[in-house]
Design a protein around this ligand. Structure first.
Ligand SMILES: Cc1ncc(COP(=O)(O)O)c(C=O)c1O
Length: 448
């Protein structure tokens, strides 16, 4: 729409890039597809922003929202409760691994991450280790944009404008096996090395100063790095050894994205905290949550104890009602099983692109994939900044969109195209994704 840039300040957007052209404006969604204001249809290859897991156009989720708003539009969770928050917390606790039974609602992912760091700090203060406040996380990982979550985030490009950040954010190598600085010939040895890097960081900082390790099951930023074999098993041991909390940041990786309700279940590890958001409501209303183990709540259960934290809209009744209806859809249609049954087909369809000279690596799990683009397949040479700018911003994002595929071309690490379609997607959508990518990536190569 022509007036989109007059007042609307878009997120992570180079506003000037729209001075000459129109902002693409999405007006409608149905299943795995979206339509723009010109009536053009696109395959939603990113589920909005890793959000619309149950797919677009679910009227029953809209009706659940309307019903709740009519009954009780709003009430806080500050000393009072409402039925949908109670019911949803119970439902979430029944799905989480181990005793992650305590659900603290937020409105989104950054707030969940923020709450998890605050809980880790407060927990150790109340249990006699007040100096444990630091957080270990990985380079290039994205954990949100509020000041605490941004300090945990490992992307210098989105941090420097806002420094100084919250002290105590320690960074360790990520699990990009394709570009493994060591042990590039053995995923097991690489996994052990990457986990040991966490141990080394904890020892370097001093174990009595480190409160938590924040890791995504599959690291999104940089282009979908699944954990190497043995990685989480060893990280869990290290966390136990040094009394450090393991936080599984599942803002993307829960609610079926990886073929399980939670990514930690997929990879068989037990976190102390899970942070989640996005797909919990499939985006029909905003909601996030920090889900903590029983032991972490104990210090706050004394007569005068309290976790002194909260947000007005955390656990909004409409959002909780939508989340419950969303999880009913999940159960009725076995969306999680659908991902498990189809993830092999998704992978093998995307792997067909390996015959293109520009495709260096196809990686991911479930319905969550990154395709790394390279200048030289043999040497794995990547693009320099100017080429990356020309390729990704100057051509790919727009060309993919014009060809009918909404997805993400990203160069916060090495250049990647990211795919995370709604979980209802099947072979028809996989083929469509592959065909569009094939045509556009071939043209991109010819233009280099
Ligand atoms: C792993 C992870 N953590 C935190 C966040 C922040 O979530 P939000 O944008 O809802 O604040 C994101 C967002 O993409 C994420 O992917």
């Amino acid at each position: 729409m022509a007036n989109a840039t007059d007042h609307l300040w878009m997120h992570f957007t180079r506003m000037a890039s729209y001075s000459a052209g129109e902002v693409p404006t999405i007006v409608r969604g149905e299943g795995a597809y979206i339509w723009d204001s010109q009536g053009r249809r696109y395959l939603d290859g990113l589920a909005g922003l890793f959000v619309v897991n149950a797919g677009h156009g679910r009227t029953e989720l809209a009706e659940a929202a309307a019903k709740q708003a009519g009954e009780l539009a709003y009430f806080p969770l500050w000393s009072y409760a409402h039925p949908k928050a109670i019911e949803l917390a119970e439902k979430i606790a029944s799905l989480t691994p181990g005793d992650l039974n305590r659900v603290f609602f937020t409105t989104g992912g950054s707030e969940a991450v923020e709450a998890a760091w605050k809980l880790a700090r407060a927990y150790f203060k109340r249990t006699g280790q007040p100096n444990k406040y630091k957080v270990v996380s990985r380079y290039i990982a994205y954990h949100g944009t509020s000041m605490g979550a941004l300090s945990i985030t490992g992307l210098p490009g989105i941090k420097s404008d806002f420094e100084p950040l919250v002290p105590g954010g320690i960074k360790v190598p990520n699990t990009n096996f394709y570009r493994a600085p060591e042990h590039g010939d053995s995923p097991e040895a690489f996994g052990r090395w990457a986990a040991e890097e966490i141990r080394r960081a904890i020892e370097r900082e001093g174990p009595d100063t480190v409160a938590a390790v924040f890791l995504e099951p599959v690291q999104n930023s940089g282009g979908c790095f699944p954990p190497p074999p043995g990685y989480f098993e060893r990280v869990r041991e290290i966390c136990d050894e040094y009394d450090v909390l393991l936080v599984s940041d599942e803002v993307i990786c829960s609610w079926g994205r990886l073929g399980e309700y939670f990514g930690a279940v997929r990879y068989g590890y037990q976190p102390d905290i899970i942070t989640t958001a996005k797909g919990i409501t499939s985006g029909y209303a905003p909601l996030g949550a920090m889900i903590a183990s029983e032991r972490l709540m104990e210090p706050f259960l004394t007569e005068t104890g309290m976790f002194a934290h909260g947000v007005t809209f955390g656990g909004h009744p409409v959002s909780c009602a939508v989340a419950l209806a969303n999880l009913e859809v999940f159960a009725r249609e076995d969306l999680v099983g659908h991902v498990r049954a189809n993830e092999g087909a998704f992978r093998s369809t995307l792997e067909k692109l390996n015959d293109l000279p520009i495709v260096g690596d196809v990686r991911g799990d479930g319905y969550f994939y990154g395709i790394e683009l390279v200048k030289d397949k043999g040497t794995r040479e990547t693009f320099d900044e100017a080429e990356s700018e020309r390729l990704l911003r100057g051509y790919l994002s727009t060309a993919l969109f014009q060809a009918g595929l909404y997805c993400r071309a990203d160069d916060r690490g090495d250049p990647v195209v990211q795919l995370a379609p709604p979980l209802i997607a099947d072979q028809q959508q996989f083929d469509e994704i592959e065909q569009i990518l094939r045509a556009v990536l071939t043209e991109a190569w010819n233009r280099l």
